[in-house]
Design a binder for this molecule. Structure first.
Ligand code: KG4
Ligand code: ZN
Length: 349
């Protein structure tokens, strides 16, 4: 089957073509709206959906071109239909439905989170990582989600841990905003932390997991702890916000570095906990936008080496939102005959 994958759940317009017979990603294209949301310090849903509408046909055409594939060759169109911003999701779904109707193609609705979970199979040259074996634990960390999954097969997975409040990427973004570092914050913070060699200056609290069946994360308390620490250092006022003159480049680097080390400790502890619970897994995968972070990758790699587990990360282009992961999931759903009809719609949580 040759699948066209479309991703429009948030602020990225992505499309890709995947051939499930040869297990090869033929090509992909992406338009990121980051520059449009930067001045607002976060994603503005109305701007996101309008931009999706402006870009969707161009990105899909570009993906087909890069894949050297015509629409006639496509067997099915896979499109993200949950979870995400409703307006953004609707653009991709309506476009996919229109295209499927006009060209008589099958449709497949894809869970964005399933896309991230299986993105670890994607390699930079478009081939599929054949060394990654089930069962494995997928650690998916982005601006909207932070969760651990036990993955038993294609489309066969269960949540074994999740955040009870903010996502880890959201914590990076919100703290970066307070520090005047712009949006999104994760990559900038990594750069600043590297300048001071990932030293732990302020030792922020390492949140504990609740005594639950599930492994839990909590990042809203960490964000508040950083805020109170900034108040203590005379760099933030609860009523008026950041005190710009007091937020020096040195303080920015120290906060970024302390935060990253704290995140590293939290991630390591939770993944260790997951490995204790599921010792039978062969690998840990690290996916989602935050998985672009080289420091965090290194920490988890070392943990996996110490526990004799394979560690797999996707190339950065497939960590952040993209069409390739949707086309890939569409590929195995199509092979299993799991199609949707023209009633396909946004599924709300
Ligand atoms: O997966 P993604 O593109 O979108 C969502 O589904 O949320 O992830 C975006 C998130 C943002 O919060 C961003 O700050 C974070 O990924 N991020 C990073 C890095 N690059 C992107 N976080 C830490 N370090 C990075 N290098
Ligand atoms: Zn995502």
């Amino acid at each position: 089957m040759i699948i066209l994958g479309i991703e429009t759940s948030c602020d990225e317009t992505g499309a890709a073509v995947f051939d499930s017979t040869s297990q090869k990603l033929r090509g992909h294209a992406l338009f990121s709206q980051i520059a449009m949301h930067k001045i607002y310090g976060g994603v503005v849903p109305e701007i996101a959906s309008r931009s999706q509408l402006e870009k969707i046909d161009i990105v899909v055409a570009e993906a087909l071109l890069n894949a050297n594939t015509t629409i006639q060759e496509i067997d099915a169109i896979a499109v993200t239909n949950r979870p995400g911003l409703v307006g953004s999701l609707l653009v991709g779904i309506c476009f996919a439905k229109g295209m499927a109707f006009a060209h008589n193609k099958k449709l497949i609705g894809i869970d964005h989170l399933e896309g991230h979970i299986f993105s670890a199979f994607l390699q930079a040259d478009g081939s599929i990582n054949q060394t990654l074996q089930f069962p494995f634990i997928a650690f998916s960390v982005s601006g909207g989600h932070t969760a651990l999954y036990l993955v038993k097969g294609f489309g066969d997975y269960e949540v074994i841990g999740h955040t009870i409040d903010d996502a880890a990427g959201e914590a990076f973004d919100k703290i970066a905003k307070i520090l005047g570092l712009g949006y999104p914050g994760g990559a900038v913070m990594e750069k600043l932390a590297a300048e001071v060699n990932f030293e732990d200056f302020f030792t922020y609290p390492r949140t504990k997991t609740l005594h639950h069946e599930l492994i839990t994360f909590s990042f809203s308390g960490l964000k508040t702890a950083v805020l109170y620490d900034l108040v203590k250092r005379g760099a933030y006022q609860m009523t008026t916000g950041p005190i710009v003159e007091a937020i020096t480049p040195e303080l920015q680097r120290q906060v970024a570095s302390s935060l990253l080390v704290c995140m590293g400790d939290i991630f390591e502890k939770r993944v260790k906990q997951a490995l204790r619970k599921y010792p039978e897994v062969s690998a840990i995968t690290f996916v989602g936008g935050v998985a672009c972070n080289k420091y965090l990758r290194q920490r988890l790699l070392r943990l996996c080496q110490n526990n004799r587990k394979q560690f797999v990360v996707a190339p950065p282009a497939f960590c952040t939102d993209n069409g390739a992961m949707i086309a890939f999931v569409g590929g195995y759903k199509a092979d299993q005959g799991l199609f949707d009809d023209q009633e396909l719609d946004v599924i709300r949580p």
